[in-house]
Design a protein around this ligand. Structure first.
Ligand code: NAG
Ligand code: NAG
Ligand code: NAG
Ligand code: NAG
Length: 321
């Protein structure tokens, strides 16, 4: 198992105030409400309509520009980024700098490109964390599910809810955040993780219901990759298995649809991360490296629940010479 952080940074974009909503825009909103099963009271409807139209215009503006990625309306489109952050991201940024690296590089070239989703039955379908800051549990189960499948040929689905309910002693906080490296430590010392069926996901904090005799997945060793060691992460994903990592979600990421995501406002410090995901592959296009990343916002978000991220985001600040 391996773990690394890619780091990114700040800046909120509030959706533009939609002063005059056109009839077409209101029609679009009503169709969107139907598609996503939304209902609002009278005052709430007006407010959500304005937020939706602000998001829609922002998306159109972005897509008309020359960006490497496209945005689109999705299940989050009636929310401001501030509201989205509260429900889906860690309420407090997690401090990743405690992670010490113990990943040992080996000789020999790495594959030029890898996509574990296509190499065999090694990656479980994209899951949905719902309104709970439990991304770190999905990043962890995704990594362990793939590592076990690669080692044994058996693809299991593992219990995020056990990590939400039981892993507090390792500095994790259920729906309020945690880190995959700390979740792996919990599974290691707890001696096992139950399956999704035996311990179903509920998207809220709960009391620990771990039953040792029902544990189906175990951790022998946790490998941390040193922060900023993106080449180490390439080697880990290329030669071993998908890798958990964390970064900071910015406002434009909420409506990501496809293409190579990057954001020039990203910072590179470990105290800024607010979301954990799973690198399931990498490649290069026109000389630019990219990561293929599995998210946990359901299959309707992004590219069937995944995204492509521009490589190089994990590099350290330029050294002063
Ligand atoms: C659009 O972006 C590409 C790649 O980033 C760049 O090569 C090109 O010059 C840009 N075109 C315009 C009109 O900005
Ligand atoms: C993060 O943790 C490291 C190591 O434990 C510590 O040195 C640093 O001050 C912490 N940073 C913040 C912002 O808490
Ligand atoms: C990996 O990171 C976790 C969480 O920060 C830490 O508890 C553990 O000691 C690290 N493992 C190694 C071998 O450095
Ligand atoms: C969930 O539980 C953790 C402790 O296990 C607590 O720190 C956190 O505030 C709780 N979060 C919510 C949203 O209830």
């Amino acid at each position: 198992m391996a773990w690394l952080l890619l780091l990114a940074g700040a800046a909120l974009l509030a959706p533009a105030a939609a002063s005059e909503v056109t009839a077409e825009e209101e029609q679009l909103f009503k169709a969107w409400m139907l598609q996503h099963g939304r209902r609002y009271g009278v005052g709430e409807y007006e407010r959500r309509l304005r937020v939706f139209v602000g998001n829609k215009r922002h998306i159109e503006g972005h897509n008309a520009g020359n960006s490497s990625f496209q945005m689109a309306l999705n299940q989050f489109s009636d929310m401001t980024f501030a509201e989205f952050k509260k429900l889906y991201l860690w309420s407090e940024p997690q401090n990743c700098s405690a992670t010490r690296g113990n990943f040992l590089r080996s000789d020999g070239p790495c594959p030029e490109a890898v996509d574990w989703r296509k190499k065999g039955n090694f990656v479980t379908p994209v899951k949905n964390q719902g309104p709970c800051g439990s991304c770190w549990t999905f990043s962890t189960t995704g990594c362990l599910e793939s590592a076990i499948a690669i080692a044994t040929g058996k693809l299991l689905s593992l219990a995020e809810q056990q990590l939400v309910d039981c892993a507090q002693a390792f500095n994790n906080h259920g729906c309020s955040g945690g880190l995959p490296s700390q979740a792996f430590e919990y599974i290691l010392y707890n001696k096992g993780l139950m399956g999704e069926d035996a311990y179903p996901y509920r998207a809220q904090n709960g009391t620990c219901k771990f039953q040792p005799d029902k544990a189906i997945a175990f951790v022998k060793d946790v490998i941390n990759i040193t922060q900023y060691d993106e080449a180490g992460m390439v080697e880990a994903v290329g030669k071993h298995n998908p890798v958990s990592f964390a970064f900071e979600v910015m406002s434009d990421f909420m409506h990501y649809r496809k293409g190579v995501y990057s954001n020039p406002r990203c910072e590179h410090t470990p105290d800024k991360v607010n979301h954990a995901v799973l690198a399931v592959g990498y490649g290069e296009e026109d000389g630019r490296p990219y990561w293929i990343v599995k998210n946990s916002w359901g299959p309707l978000w992004g590219m069937d629940g995944c995204f492509i991220a521009g490589g190089g985001a994990g590099k350290a600040p330029e050294p002063l010479l």
